[in-house]
Design a protein around this ligand. Structure first.
Ligand code: MTE
Length: 353
């Protein structure tokens, strides 16, 4: 893993650990934390469900397993800071880690549908948002506070949104939110709250720092330490994006035919329609072959074979989605003070001799 920080622990797999695997092994799955990782005794853990509901609930893991249908969802998680390094290259982003393309990983998650639990609690008509809270206190928040976020009820009721206790067939590891996390496929990873202890139905989005202040695309001139209330764009659905998985940036290769692979992800209920690859700075493009996704909520791997010339070559990739939207060429116009949602063309340099 490429470790960006030890405390809080933030690490991403190198491209080679993601390449050729549609599902990411647990030990290669990226890890994004804003505070210390809590140590929760699963038998003592409880989930409280309250707010704008007709029956507040308190549920143990046994209750969740016994009272609701267990389901599996294959889903890719992607952090909003994925590929931030490309924005940092435009202008420094103090206090934020320079994530590469590895803040993106895919697993098979098991748990219960959030919709079923909310149905048991009985949502009141005013419940427009579902908020999540966890016990990990982040000193990055101002003032320091436990991590939390929210999603609109319309998304929360989707059958893909889980309260998950297992990952790739094993118990959910502590670092990934064990004993229980929210899983919000298609939305930025920040909404998939780990170590979940509290679900609240609300009329308004969560006021938690990580919903109301962070994870917003601020205007370039804004001061990220003092954003105005509700400044910027609150991130929800993942932005259309792609990157390379093989070869790595800076690879030394023999010239000639080379297999090139990568991943693409459209976000929420959109699909990737096409991935193009260019060897001449974007003047001409070749379409890559696109794998079918394992579920509507996973990345799609893509592949092509290129004839690489002798010397130093830049290889570029861009994805299109089913709405006809395409990744923009340059990160310059995407730069934002917290460094989120860089979906400019993916670029690697390879040296062939
Ligand atoms: N949940 C809690 N409680 N604390 C956190 O710091 N980080 C969020 C989200 N859930 C976070 C959290 C962010 S920004 C991301 S991208 C995902 O968890 C990362 O999940 P992972 O570490 O399992 O990959």
């Amino acid at each position: 893993m490429v470790v960006h920080e030890r405390e809080p622990f933030n690490a991403e797999p190198p491209r080679a650990a993601l390449a050729g695997r549609r599902r990411t092994p647990v030990d290669a799955f990226y890890s994004r934390n804003h505070g210390p990782i809590p140590d929760i005794e699963p038998a003592a853990w409880r989930l409280r469900v309250d707010g704008l509901v007709t029956r507040a609930l308190e549920l143990s893991l046994k209750d969740l397993r016994g009272q609701f249908e267990t389901v599996e969802v294959q889903a890719t998680l992607q952090c909003a800071g994925n590929r931030r390094a490309g924005l940092v290259a435009v202008r420094d982003i103090p206090g934020e880690d320079p994530w590469g393309p590895g803040a993106t990983s895919t697993a098979c998650w098991s748990g219960v549908r959030l919709a079923d639990v909310l149905d048991a609690a009985g949502l009141r008509p005013q419940a427009a948002h579902i908020a999540f809270e966890a016990p990990d206190v982040s000193r990055l928040a101002d003032p320091p506070q436990p991590y939390g976020s929210s999603i609109p009820t319309a998304k929360a009721l989707g059958p893909e949104v889980l309260l998950a206790w297992a990952m790739n067939g094993g118990p959910l590891p502590r670092v990934h939110g064990g004993p229980l996390r929210a899983l919000v496929p298609g939305w930025i990873g920040a909404r998939s709250v780990k170590w979940l202890t509290h679900v609240t139905a609300r009329a308004q989005p969560s006021g938690n720092y990580f919903q109301a202040v962070a994870y917003r695309v601020l205007p370039a001139e804004a001061d990220p330490r003092q954003p105005g209330p509700a400044d910027g764009i609150s991130l929800g659905p993942i932005t259309l994006n792609c990157d390379f998985l093989y070869p790595d940036d800076g690879a030394h290769l023999p010239p000639g035919e080379t297999g090139i692979t990568g991943y693409a992800l459209a976000g929420d209920d959109r699909t990737v329609a096409r991935v193009d690859v260019s060897l001449d700075g974007g003047r001409s493009w070749r379409q890559a072959a696109l794998d079918r996704p394992d579920s509507p909520w996973t990345w799609q791997h893509w592949r092509t074979t290129l004839v690489l010339p002798v010397g130093d070559t830049e290889v570029i990739a861009r994805a299109w989605d089913c709405t006809g939207a395409v990744m923009p060429e340059s990160p310059v116009h995407l730069w934002n003070p917290k460094g989120y949602a860089n979906n400019s063309w993916a670029r690697i340099r390879v040296l062939c001799r």
